[in-house]
Ligand binder design. Structure first.
Ligand code: SF4
Length: 148
């Protein structure tokens, strides 16, 4: 894995829950609790995709949520990254052959990082966000290079 070269700014994360059973979502909440307290590293959960750098998505996506998820993704400013948390979003998980599932998340929006598990541990979720942070740093450097 690459290394974060700077902490010029914090990273803001928006969480979208699709057809999740809620266990992945509870683990995301756990990373904010005092045991992990990711806000001390500048990782902050925000209430609008318009403010977010990283989109965390959980669950296999139901058909009626697919368009909404696309709209959430499109509202995020560039550069941005998407992290799928859990097996359901990665492959459909236990819901893979359900009649009402639009598919794994990467069939709906581009995905940068997969965090497997049912549910994944908080440490794995933090690792996934750091990988997304590395990607955003790389994209920012490319954008800065284009400006020169
Ligand atoms: S991956 Fe497991 S814990 Fe996460 S939403 Fe699916 S069934 Fe629930």
């Amino acid at each position: 894995m690459g290394k974060l070269t700077n902490f010029k700014r914090s990273i803001w994360v928006f969480h979208a829950s699709g057809g999740s059973c809620n266990a992945c979502d509870i683990e995301i909440v756990a990373v904010l609790t005092p045991r992990y307290d990711v806000e001390r590293f500048g990782i902050k959960l925000v209430g609008s995709p318009r403010h977010a750098d990283v989109l965390l998505v959980t669950g296999a996506i139901p058909r009626d949520f697919a368009d909404k998820l696309r709209r959430v993704y499109e509202q995020m400013p560039d550069p941005k990254a998407v992290v799928v948390v859990g097996n359901c979003g990665t492959s459909g998980g236990v819901f893979y052959d359900s009649y009402n599932i639009a598919g794994p998340i990467d069939e709906i929006i581009p995905v940068d990082v997969y965090v497997p598990g049912c549910p994944p541990r908080p440490e794995a979720i933090i690792d996934g966000v750091v990988k997304a942070w590395l990607k955003i740093e790389k994209l920012e450097k490319e954008l800065e290079g284009k400006k020169e």
